[in-house]
Design a protein around this ligand. Structure first.
Ligand SMILES: Nc1ncnc2c1ncn2[C@@H]1O[C@H](COP(=O)(O)OP(=O)(O)OP(=O)(O)O)[C@@H](O)[C@H]1O
Length: 623
């Protein structure tokens, strides 16, 4: 009954921990616990969805022996090890077993094949399982999916006469022999990485009885070749080695020259300073002071040569909506710390002597001319909205281009959701997440209100920064138009709309797509570059869509969110909006103003504005 189901789940939690530790054990019924589903009619636990939640260790025997009404077990992408639990065979109703991406080892347990006769989907890929893939799989007459790739299965493949088997993969094991007839219609990729032969693989199977004579001759020739190298081969190897050596010497020469020329530039100083890293540093040895020193050098140089007539004077230029409360000298004296490296350069936090904190971005690879730079940055600097990170000033010289904006004390949404080098994840409750979604949407809507050709172009969770009161502000707006194409294009790949081929040619609709991915990230807690997605070779929107289609909507949501059952309807509505935004065809995506009104609507009239205080960021812990 439900009491023994509950006890079994608690033993699971004790044994493998992970984010099951968030379960509120004061609740008598386990049915509200994240990842646990019950069937009210029979009052039993019927599904366990705990993918990618850091479970680790062995599954002790006794857990599945009690959870006998399970139909779905999904413990994919954890760090579970040891043998597959032998009492899985008690779950005779089991339809779906997803254990891929763990460290399970050893052979299939006894009775595995005789008991689990209802299995429809079996995915054990990416473990260390061994033993043979036996004839017993034919017991699973309803099987549609059989994924066993990336394990250590050995021996030959049996004939599998399973009528509805659609998805099949045994690649990258230690299998040998020929591909049986019943599996020859499967794609070649399902078998590669083994010593298998025969169709659909290109490798023919040698057969003792009827090897045609021509083939025997070939084989013997090959064998002969192995004994010694021909003159031609020896000459090839000698020439290859000499060429390789010359290339190596040339490379070393180029690297040495580069190093010695760099030594005289400030860039070298900066690189050293950046290695010093995150600790606040004072004095001339820190990264930012080095930058500023470069700026001063540039300033001196330009005033010495009289500067260009067309160019404005080399000083910190403040935007109209900012008061001039510090100057370049103050920035020079500020203590600074590297916040991180982005596509457009390095960001620093600078603490001015008056205690004021600003973020300074040192832009690299600025590709536009000085007048164009000034015109574009002035345009961006004139923007003023509650949900945009306020720009304060900029600096332009031949050597240095700096942009100064407000420092956002709560950091980025990405750091809160996924943790960063300084700390782990911060539990964010539904109220915070939906407020962040709304704030970010309003920021983007404001940018779009400046015209059809004004888009952000780089919407992602590290560009959504939070104020002390957890208002979301969009950052990095306009920088994409100032710099050359990013040297690391993949950084935004997970957010980029499919139609965008040149990252500088962006559109409102492409921003909407990126925002959709950001919403999915907020809801699932998974970054668009999550290992689970890479393993499955899909992007976040496609993963969510396929999971929703299989009616596992609850598996999509971040476990932390599943605690708030009273807002499930709102969550599902936001999920739908996210999917609409990430539609493959730009014309099918809503506009940003439609997006904001839908978020306002789904959050309900009670939650006007953000109305949060910083303590609510820890809302989950206080529960
Ligand atoms: N104004 C700011 N206040 C606080 N942190 C900031 C500020 N601006 C940037 N950061 C943080 O500094 C780091 C580097 O930011 P940056 O914008 O340079 O790169 P990014 O967002 O990682 O990538 P990209 O350049 O593609 O936007 C990020 O972690 C970002 O969250």
């Amino acid at each position: 009954d439900l009491t023994s189901d509950r006890a079994a789940l608690l033993s699971l939690r004790t044994a493998v921990g992970g984010r099951t530790l968030l379960w509120t054990t004061t609740q008598q019924s386990p049915c509200g616990w994240a990842g646990v589903q019950c069937d009210n009619a029979v009052n039993r636990v019927t599904a366990l969805h705990l993918p990618g939640v850091s479970l680790s260790g062995q599954l002790p025997v006794g857990i599945f022996g009690n959870l006998t009404r399970l139909r779905t077990v999904s413990l994919r992408f954890n760090a579970l090890s040891g043998p597959l639990p032998s009492d899985l065979s008690s779950c005779v109703d089991l339809r779906n077993l997803y254990l891929q991406g763990n460290h399970f080892s050893g052979p299939f347990p006894e009775k595995f094949f005789s008991s689990l006769r209802h299995l429809v989907r079996l995915n054990l890929a990416g473990n260390n399982l061994s033993g043979e893939i036996s004839n017993d799989f034919n017991n699973f007459t309803r099987l549609r999916t059989l994924y066993l790739e990336n394990n250590r299965f050995s021996g030959s493949l049996p004939e599998l006469k399973i009528p509805n088997l659609e998805q099949f993969n045994v690649s990258f094991n230690n299998l040998n022999g020929s591909v049986p007839k019943s599996l020859q219609s499967k794609p070649k990729e399902s078998f590669i990485g083994n010593s298998l032969c025969g169709s659909p693989l290109e490798k023919l199977c040698p057969s003792k009885e009827d090897v045609p004579p021509a083939v025997s001759v070939d084989l013997s020739r090959n064998r002969k070749k192995k004994h010694g190298l021909s003159g031609g081969a020896i000459a090839g190897i000698v020439i290859g080695s000499v060429l390789g050596f010359i290339v190596l010497v040339l490379l070393l020469f180029i690297i040495c020259r580069k190093r010695s020329s760099n030594k005289t530039t400030v860039v070298a100083k900066l690189t050293d300073a950046e290695v010093l890293g995150e600790k606040p540093l004072t004095g001339g040895s820190n990264g930012f002071s080095a930058t500023a020193a470069a700026s001063t050098a540039a300033m001196t140089a330009s005033s010495a040569t009289g500067g260009g007539e067309a160019c404005a004077p080399k000083k910190l230029v403040f935007f109209k909506n900012s008061s001039t409360v510090f100057d370049l000298e103050d920035l020079l004296r500020a203590s600074a710390e590297v916040l991180g490296k982005g596509t457009f350069g390095t960001a620093y936090k600078a603490v001015l002597e008056a205690g004021m904190m600003v973020a300074v971005k040192r832009l690299k690879d600025v590709s536009v001319s000085e007048p164009e730079f000034r015109e574009k940055i002035e345009f961006v600097g004139a923007m003023d909205h509650k949900n945009l990170v306020p720009l304060r000033a900029y600096y332009y010289s031949k050597e240095e281009k700096l942009v100064v904006c407000d420092y956002m004390p709560m950091g980025s949404l990405s750091a809160l959701l996924h943790g960063n080098k300084g700390g782990g994840r911060t539990p964010l409750n539904w109220k915070v997440r939906s407020a962040v979604a709304l704030g970010a949407a309003r920021g983007i809507e404001y940018i779009h209100s400046h015209g059809d050709d004004v888009s952000h172009g780089n919407i992602k969770s590290s560009n959504v920064l939070l104020t002390k009161s957890l208002d979301a502000c969009i950052s990095d707006f306009g920088l994409a138009h100032l710099v050359g194409p990013p040297s690391t294009p993949n950084r935004v790949a997970g957010y980029r709309a499919p139609e965008v081929t040149d990252p500088r040619r962006v559109s409102h609709k492409a921003d909407v797509y990126s925002f959709g991915v950001l919403l999915l990230e907020l809801l699932t807690g998974k970054p668009p570059t999550h290992a689970l997605l890479n393993e499955e070779g899909v992007d976040l929107p496609r993963w969510v869509q396929s999971t929703v289609k299989e009616e596992w909507t609850s598996e999509v949501f971040d476990l932390e969110l599943l605690r708030y059952q009273d807002v499930e309807e709102e969550m599902v509505q936001l999920l739908q909006l996210a999917i609409d935004c990430a539609a493959p065809y730009p014309d099918n995506r809503p506009t940003m103003s439609e997006v904001t009104s839908r978020i306002v609507e789904l959050r309900g009239a009670s939650q006007v504005d953000n109305g949060l205080n910083p303590d609510q960021v820890h809302g989950l812990e206080s529960d």
